[in-house]
Ligand binder design. Structure first.
Ligand SMILES: Cc1cc2nc3c(=O)[nH]c(=O)nc-3n(C[C@H](O)[C@H](O)[C@H](O)COP(=O)(O)OP(=O)(O)OC[C@H]3O[C@@H](n4cnc5c(N)ncnc54)[C@H](O)[C@@H]3O)c2cc1C
Length: 458
């Protein structure tokens, strides 16, 4: 009897899993494998909350696969570079005819898969799982898109013509097995606020699409409201696919999803931002190597001031909305999108600290850390990226707070020292014993930012 395996990576689910379905069709005997790279976990310093979330997701995946009669092997590969040998040893051990996996599009992952393909003598079956294959769409002149709006318009037309189909859970001939358990990853922080079973995540998606997508456009910028889906951690580990998100959205909102200005259409747009940054990371791999998307902005003379960086990181800048945002990140491992934009802008445009420091800090702290989206978000905020906010458009952290948290409800959740204040004073606190003074004068910092970028143009 021939045996094949499915190599799970950022796709820890059984529903709508193309590689799993293909493997189950190809053979009667199917195994599953997940390679741990503990050294890599350390090198890239993955957030303790994300380690815990990953471990729970793997345990859940093992349970789901076990009901299909598929054993999940969790194999310690030691290091990312050792994966080809580890995979080849695994294939030999179980005499595998083929290994099925979803294609990954970042440059290091592409190189890894090429090496694995060689090590397996061509037995690695890579299947595209993306909502929009990065090779599927290009501009009329054949170049890849560099600007979001035309990209998103093209995606809509493309998806309208071929609306993606979700796959069911595969059927197998296997009898259920006892699920394996993932080992503890050392330093972990509880992630139990984040649902991890496919069922719970799908419920979260259903509730959002049925009850909140309609108001998404009005609510999504206000961190005190529950206006967004909070599905990013599940999307980052692939517990749910963007296809499932789109299908559920369409089931609830119908044709409205094609109207960019409706609530559902606006949410659809956010899913396309995710695709866009994947597309950029694939076509412009310099962004994966720490370079600016716009090469001339690599000359910006950023600062490397540890003291100011620490004040930002700890939420002690004296700007309430920035501090609340950074404390939300520290306490929960997640941050609202509007706050990611405000706090990233503050680091780059008020403290003039290199966006790469901020990018790394977010990757090390976020439960939903995702290289392409994070890099895209940071480069947007630093005005070094695609569609970059023009360098002269600089967020004012005080007015951002007044606009998006007018009554300070969100700020007070994380900065209770300001409890006695309200109105304007809450956003611009007077000198206080128990809250830091502003570490920088925004008006002065703004002028410095303009000069940093103007000098490049000269
Ligand atoms: C500086 C910065 C860093 C970021 N880092 C990450 C990151 O590491 N991981 C991550 O998933 N997102 C990142 N984002 C994008 C965005 O902030 C989060 O995806 C969003 O806050 C997640 O909340 P949600 O699931 O409620 O989103 P919703 O508003 O419900 O959106 C639905 C989904 O669309 C995707 N999405 C939404 N906005 C964006 C966006 N601007 N760019 C790309 N995808 C988007 C996410 O997968 C999200 O779950 C970053 C944004 C900025 C400005």
């Amino acid at each position: 009897m021939s045996t094949v395996a499915v190599w799970f990576r950022h796709d820890l689910r059984c529903l709508d899993h193309r590689a799993l379905s293909a493997a189950c069709e190809a053979a009667d005997s199917v195994r599953a494998v997940y390679f741990l790279c503990p050294e890599q976990l350390d090198e890239h310093v993955i957030a303790p909350i994300r380690r815990h979330y990953l471990r729970r997701a793997l345990d859940e995946l093992a349970t789901q696969l076990a009901t299909l009669g598929i054993e999940l092997d969790i194999v310690n590969a030691g290091h990312f570079r050792a994966l080809p040998q580890a995979l080849s040893a695994y294939a030999d051990k179980f005499q595998l005819e083929a290994v099925y996996a979803h294609k990954e599009w970042l440059v290091d992952e592409i190189a890894r898969d090429e090496a694995c393909q060689q090590a397996l003598n061509g037995k690695l079956q890579l299947i595209d799982d993306s909502l929009i294959n990065p090779l599927a769409l290009s501009k009329d002149d054949g170049d890849p898109y560099k600007v979001f709006t035309p990209f998103s318009k093209r995606c809509r037309t493309y998806l309208q013509q071929q609306f993606p189909r979700c796959l069911r859970r595969p059927t197998t001939k296997g009898v259920s097995v006892i699920p394996s358990q993932c080992p503890v990853f050392g330093d972990e922080k509880p992630s139990t606020d984040w649902p991890v079973t496919e069922e719970a995540v799908l419920n979260q998606l259903r509730t959002f699409c049925a009850e909140r997508a309609e108001d998404y456009q009005e609510q999504r910028d206000f961190p005190a409201e529950q206006g967004t889906s909070t599905l990013s951690p599940a999307l980052a580990l692939g517990i749910i696919s963007p296809r499932q998100c789109l299908a559920r959205l369409q089931a609830e909102a119908g044709e409205q999803i094609w109207e960019a200005k409706s609530g559902p259409g606006c949410w659809f747009n956010e899913l396309l931002w995710r695709e866009f940054y994947r597309h950029i990371a694939f076509h412009f791999p310099r962004v994966v190597k720490g370079k600016a998307f716009q090469p001339h902005t690599d000359k910006v003379a950023w600062r490397y001031d540890q003291k100011d960086f620490d004040a930002w990181r700890e939420g002690n800048t004296g700007y309430p909305i920035v501090d609340a945002a950074m404390r939300q990140l520290k306490e929960t491992g997640w941050m609202h999108n509007r706050l990611r934009m405000i706090s990233a802008s503050f680091l780059c445009k008020d403290l003039h600290i290199d966006w790469r420091w901020g990018e790394k800090h977010f990757l090390e702290t976020l439960v939903d850390a995702d290289f392409a989206s994070n890099n895209g978000g940071w480069q947007w905020a630093a005005s070094t990226g695609t569609d970059a906010a023009p360098y002269f458009r600089i967020f004012n952290p005080t007015t951002q707070g007044q606009r998006f948290d007018p009554d300070g409800r969100f700020i007070l959740r994380y900065v209770p020292e300001l409890n006695a204040l309200s109105g304007k004073a809450l956003h611009q606190p007077p000198a206080m014993d128990h809250y830091p003074a502003q570490i920088v004068d925004h008006a002065v910092a703004r002028k410095i930012s303009l000069a940093l970028f103007q000098n490049l143009a000269d």
